[in-house]
Every structure is written in structure tokens, then in C-alpha cells.
Write a protein that binds this ligand. Structure first.
Ligand code: HEM
Ligand code: HEM
Length: 202
């Protein structure tokens, strides 16, 4: 039997808030990005050996998982729609938020794809958690390898900068504007979001 709370909870996004699927994808990708940042920034310094090979393989597998999850996330967004802007948000803030979100999506595709090019142009095989092989997306090419390494790293640092801005904006909305921006990306009831979420009561 499905509990009443689950039965009444729409999976899709509503005009007021993000639904559980969008929330799950958002926060799972955040956690995976943190793991990837740690692996990426430490693995290049590891001494050559099995540990290094295993860490690279893990980095690549999680990176491909992010690529799959972000594809799902965009498809789900197309199907499930998006909430309307939080009431009271000035138009200029909405525009910057939309631009930042768009850039974050572009980076979530471009970073793993550039990593895939790093791998393919080095002529290395690619597997997903040792379960199956993926094709090369570029031929073996030394110059392309060097270039894609730089691109992969630079895009990562751009992502870091944007995520800091993005998270700061979310906390600013929550703490100072006291609106529902952050609360509506979290399960209902996790955060009380001040007087402006009154429109959001079930
Ligand atoms: C969102 C996903 C990803 C993130 C956030 C990420 C992040 C990073 C970071 C921070 C580094 C270290 C850069 C440096 O200091 O040189 C790195 C290196 C690397 N990444 Fe990724 N990565 C992602 C996906 C992938 C994927 C899918 C692949 C391969 C299929 C991949 C392959 C590599 C390789 C081979 C290196 C080492 C490059 C070198 O030796 O300089 N990455 N990644
Ligand atoms: C502590 C870290 C983070 C916080 C507090 C946070 C918070 C939020 C909030 C509150 C929203 C909803 C905004 C709204 O309804 O207008 C949102 C949306 C979004 N977040 Fe985050 N986020 C964080 C990290 C990340 C990371 C790491 C990424 C990607 C790498 C990311 C990508 C996005 C995207 C693309 C959207 C737009 C969703 C859409 O329009 O489909 N966020 N975030």
C-alpha cells in the first residue's frame, strides 16, 4: 500500500516547487561533483601503479554517470516543467539566475564530454564501472589530448566559480530575502522559508 503522503505528493514539478525527481537529481549531482572534484584534483599526483589506474577508472565512471544523470535531468525538466519564479524576485535576478542555470547545464555536459575526449585522444579504452565498454569519441591525437586536458580543467574551474555564485544566491534568498527559493528545492517541511512561502501551503 502506498502511504498517503507519497500518494498525494506529485512527482512532477508544480508552479510552486520542484518535485522529488528534480530535487533528487539536483542534490545527487551536487554530491557526485564534490566527489569528482576531490578525485580529479588528487589523482594526478598519485604515484604510478594500480591505485592510480583504479582511481582514474572511478573518476571516469562517475563522470559518465553524471553525464547520464544530467541527460535524464534535462529530459525530465522538459516533461515535468519548471516552477514559476518565486514571487517578489526582481526581473534582473530572474535573468541572471536563468543564465547561470543554463551555463551550469552546458558545463555539466561539456566537462564529462571533454574528459571523454582526453581519454579517447590518449588512445585509452573506456569502461563504465568495469561493466561495459564505451566507444572512443576522438581518434588518438597528441595535440588534441593536450588541448582537451586544458579545456577539461578550465571548464571545471569555471563550474566551481558558478556553483559558488549559485549557492551563495540560494543562501542569500533564504537568509535575507526570506523567500522560498531554497526551500522549494528541498523536501517539503525541511526548511521553513519565512513569510513569502505562504502561497506554498498544500
Ligand atoms: C562532471 C564530471 C567531471 C568532473 C567534475 C571532472 C573533474 C576533473 C578534474 C578537477 C580533474 C583534474 C584536472 C587537473 O588538475 O589537471 C580531472 C582530470 C581528468 N579527468 Fe575529469 N571530470 C569529470 C568527468 C570526466 C570524465 C567523464 C572523464 C573520462 C571519460 C574524465 C577524465 C579525466 C582525465 C583522464 C583526467 C586527467 C587529466 C590529466 O591527467 O591531466 N573526467 N577531471
Ligand atoms: C550548496 C550547493 C547548491 C545549492 C544551495 C543549490 C541551490 C539551488 C536552488 C535553491 C535551486 C532552485 C532555484 C529556483 O527555484 O529558482 C537550484 C537550481 C539549480 N541548480 Fe543548484 N544548488 C547547489 C549546487 C548546484 C550544483 C553543484 C549544480 C551543478 C553543477 C547546480 C545546478 C543547478 C541548476 C542547473 C539549477 C536550475 C534547475 C532548472 O532550472 O532546471 N546546483 N539550485
Amino acid at each position: 500500500m502506498i502511504p498517503m503522503t507519497l500518494k498525494n505528493m506529485p512527482l512532477k514539478n508544480t508552479p510552486e516547487r520542484w518535485g522529488p525527481i528534480s530535487q533528487l537529481l539536483h542534490w545527487t549531482i551536487l554530491v557526485l561533483i564534490l566527489v569528482m572534484a576531490y578525485l580529479g584534483l588528487t589523482m594526478t599526483e598519485l604515484p604510478n601503479g594500480l591505485d592510480k589506474i583504479r582511481t582514474y577508472a572511478l573518476h571516469k565512471s562517475i563522470g559518465l554517470t553524471i553525464l547520464g544523470l544530467v541527460t535524464l535531468r534535462v529530459l525530465w525538466r522538459l516533461y515535468a516543467g519548471t516552477p514559476e519564479p518565486v514571487p517578489g524576485t526582481p526581473t534582473w535576478q530572474e535573468r541572471i539566475a536563468s543564465l547561470t542555470h543554463f551555463a551550469l547545464y552546458v558545463l555539466l555536459f561539456a566537462i564529462p564530454l571533454s574528459g571523454w575526449v582526453v581519454n579517447s585522444s590518449a588512445g585509452f579504452p573506456l569502461q563504465w564501472f568495469g561493466l561495459f565498454n564505451l566507444p572512443a569519441i576522438a581518434g588518438k591525437d597528441h595535440d588534441l589530448h593536450e588541448l582537451s586536458e586544458v579545456v577539461h580543467e578550465v571548464l571545471f574551474w569555471i563550474l566551481v566559480a558558478l556553483v559558488f555564485m549559485h549557492a551563495a544566491a540560494a543562501f542569500y534568498h533564504h537568509l535575507f530575502q526570506r523567500d522560498a527559493t531554497l526551500a522549494r528545492m528541498l523536501p517539503r517541511g525541511w526548511l521553513s522559508s519565512g513569510p513569502k512561502e505562504n502561497h506554498d501551503v498544500a
